[in-house]
Design a binder for this molecule. Structure first.
Ligand SMILES: CC(C)(COP(=O)(O)OP(=O)(O)OC[C@H]1O[C@@H](n2cnc3c(N)ncnc32)[C@H](O)[C@@H]1OP(=O)(O)O)[C@@H](O)C(=O)NCCC(=O)NCCS
Length: 194
């Protein structure tokens, strides 16, 4: 898929699937994140081998990844990670990160919407998101999208600085998500794609 999308501030980005040629752009995107943003990432995406592995996961089908491009730069990265395990085949884990200069323009919502579309094509029935407690914007956007907080595992993970953090798991079934997205569309909150 490839979609040109106009953001709330009228800037345009192109949302498309990640491909092998995105290695350098992806490394540059993760390198451009603030220390604070990087702290809560699950993997150290400053490392080339980590970014290479993310691309291999797309090629092997264990993850669907989208990027948003502005000019020639990646400004957002969104993923749906699929479990190969039989008992969790219907579950996808969503991850999103938007460049600071592009936040609060609806891009996170739009990337999530495109991932939900791809999820239904991949027979995913339920989406989970995991975040550390300080990631307040994440809780906000997913709550707005219809996710509910399911569990909190106190001090379960360590951020990249080595500090233990509570892990929050939110989930939503895809059908309910579609109802929420319909509300967005009806409210004119869905960004224009051409
Ligand atoms: C969370 C994140 C993906 C949101 O992306 P975004 O493009 O800013 O999201 P949107 O513009 O679509 O916001 C949709 C709604 O979410 C809520 N929201 C988003 N950021 C918020 C913030 N900082 N504070 C409060 N509410 C927020 C708002 O309700 C917003 O709607 P509004 O702008 O009309 O009020 C982005 O802040 C980010 O990349 N954060 C760092 C990484 C992260 O935490 N990822 C999620 C864990 S996987």
């Amino acid at each position: 898929m490839q979609k040109a999308v106009k953001l709330k501030d009228d800037r345009e980005v192109l949302i498309r699937e990640m491909r092998r040629g995105d290695l350098a752009g992806s490394l540059a995107f993760f390198a451009s994140l603030s220390e604070e943003d990087r702290t809560y990432l699950r993997r150290d995406t400053k490392k080339r081998e980590v970014v290479e592995r993310r691309i291999r996961e797309v090629e092997s089908g264990s993850a669907i990844r989208l990027v948003a491009i502005a000019g020639d730069r990646i400004v957002a990265d969104g993923s749906l990670e699929l479990s190969g395990e039989e008992w969790k085949k219907h579950v996808g884990e969503l991850r999103l990160i938007i460049a600071r200069a592009y936040r609060r323009r609806g891009l996170g919502t739009r990337m999530a919407g495109e991932l939900f579309l791809l999820a239904s094509g991949a027979k995913v029935e339920e989406i989970v998101v995991k975040m550390m407690r300080p990631q307040k914007a994440a809780r906000s956007i997913f709550r707005k999208l219809g996710f509910r907080q399911e569990v909190v595992l106190p001090d379960y993970v360590k951020d990249l600085g080595g500090t233990k953090q509570d892990l929050i798991v939110m989930r939503c079934d895809l059908e309910a998500l579609w109802c929420e997205m319909e509300d967005f569309v009806a409210a004119g909150d869905w960004l224009r794609a051409r």
